[in-house]
Ligand binder design. Structure first.
Ligand code: PLP
Length: 453
């Protein structure tokens, strides 16, 4: 793109486009980066830079960029039937086929899909339908949902309330009533002298304490990400989730696994629950469902919850114009076909993810890295002032941004949350591309360390 055109776009962007999760005044001064093309694990910007996108857009481009089949399926569906809704007793073939496919693919008896446009809307749907589920069983007071501090469940009113991001709660008067949070499991800064597995049990039992404090008759559900993504890829000890499941069963609290990031292969299993060994009653999904090619999300409900909603729920006073959009459903189906036919998840689990884990561990030997954590194709490097102490920099976030910018200058996209460098590449990344990523990340760490002096 020529310089004049790029600058014109940047000026128009600064004048007319409010960016999510950005300081828009600062951004207008700096100028946005305009992305123009994607192929495999690479994207190109308007200046012609080729960038290895080790963050898969926003944890979502699981099959990689530039898959023509997905565009072809969308075009075909648009020509045949561009839109119809799922209200008025209607549906379309791709929507039906996708529901059945998801019932087959998802763990346990999560056999019933409610379609949305995003992960946030999936969590809004959950808030309403979980409360409805208990209300129609004569327990309207069982309406509290427990989430976790620093959790992320999206940006709508319900999503941000269920999440535990303080910065988000400050804007817009959140959280809404009857949502509570417990401390999350992050052994690195909270585990003290306990082994990770001992600590996992301690962290899970915070849920039991909270349920007993509020009264089990008040608690409708618990929601958590199998791996906490946005806060910095906080991977719980293996003891955590089975204990959470035990506690939820004991007090008849519905268990919601937010698989918006973990779903569709990110952990090397199809779903995070399969990696950690637990079974949810309700599961929001999005992102990898369409590999980000088109907006679509869903909530998967198990037989028990869907059964009550169907038999006792009456008319569901809930839905979106685009719930079960046929074009989005067709693209999601084709995306799942690609993941299955090309054995992308299995290749990750058995071949590329173990290789990536080795390379990631080597990056962990860098003097600036206090912990290199990874599961499948999602990981983080925790940058620290000194090894081996598990402490953070005082001025949190500055070093992370410096490192992210150095990575970008090397042609590598990593995300920084505070001083955690986050990795979540397309699942199709090859070993040669993993080498390229690791080399560039090491250089970025070196340059950052040099700057710190
Ligand atoms: N849940 C989790 C775990 C997420 O990471 C996200 C987004 O990153 C969401 C929900 C919200 O999804 P969306 O941005 O599609 O609304």
């Amino acid at each position: 793109m020529d310089l004049h055109h790029r600058q014109t776009l940047q000026q128009l962007d600064a004048a007319h486009h409010l960016h999510p999760f950005n300081d828009n005044a600062a951004l207008a001064k700096k100028g946005t980066r305009i992305l123009t093309k994607g192929e495999g694990v690479y994207v190109w910007d308007a200046e012609g830079n080729q960038l290895l996108d080790a963050f898969a857009g926003l944890w979502c481009v699981n099959v990689g960029y530039g898959r023509k089949e997905l565009g072809a399926v969308a075009a075909k569906q648009m020509e045949q039937l561009a839109y119809y809704n799922s209200f008025f007793s209607c549906t379309t073939e791709p929507t039906v086929q996708l529901s059945a496919k998801l019932a087959e693919l998802t763990p346990g008896d999560l056999n019933h899909a409610f379609f949305t446009n995003s992960g946030s809307e999936a969590n809004d749907t959950i808030l309403r339908l979980v409360r409805h589920f208990w209300a129609v069983q004569d327990q309207p007071m069982k309406n509290i949902i427990i989430g976790r501090h620093n959790g992320y469940h999206g940006s709508t009113v319900a999503g941000a309330s269920l999440g535990g991001m303080k910065g988000m709660h400050k804007q817009g008067g959140l959280p809404i009533p009857d949502i509570h949070h417990i401390d999350p499991p992050f052994w690195f800064s909270d585990g003290g002298d306990l082994s990770p597995e001992e600590y996992g049990l301690v962290a899970a039992r915070r849920l039991e304490d909270k349920i007993l404090e509020l009264g089990p008759e008040r608690v409708a559900a618990f929601i958590g990400e199998p791996i906490m993504g946005a806060i910095g890829v906080w991977i719980p000890p293996m003891s955590y989730w089975p204990e959470i499941e035990r506690i939820c069963r004991k007090y008849d609290v519905l268990l919601i696994a937010d698989e918006v990031i973990c779903g569709f292969g990110r952990t090397g299993e199809w779903f995070g629950q399969q990696y950690f060994g637990f079974q949810a009653d309700i599961m929001p999904i999005a992102k990898g469902l369409s590999s980000g090619y088109i907006p679509i999300g869903a909530v998967m409900f198990n037989d028990r919850v869907a059964g009550v909603l169907k038999e006792k729920g009456g008319e569901l006073a809930h839905g979106y114009t685009y719930s079960g959009h046929p074009v989005c459903a067709a693209v999601a189906l084709e995306n799942i076909r690609i993941l299955q036919d090309e054995k992308i998840v299995e290749t990750c689990k058995n071949d590329t993810a173990p290789y990536l884990a080795k390379k990631w561990a080597q990056l962990g030997e860098h003097p600036l890295v206090g912990e290199a954590r990874i599961v499948g194709m999602v990981g983080a490097l925790e940058l620290v002032p000194a090894k081996p102490a598990r402490t953070n920099f005082e001025d949190r976030g500055k070093v992370g941004v410096t490192c992210r910018d150095h990575a970008l200058n090397q042609g590598l996209i990593l995300r920084a949350t505070y001083d955690s460098m986050l990795l979540s590449p397309p699942l199709v990344i090859s070993k040669a591309q993993i080498d390229e990523m690791a080399e560039k990340a090491w250089k970025a760490l070196d340059l950052t360390a040099r700057e710190l002096g």
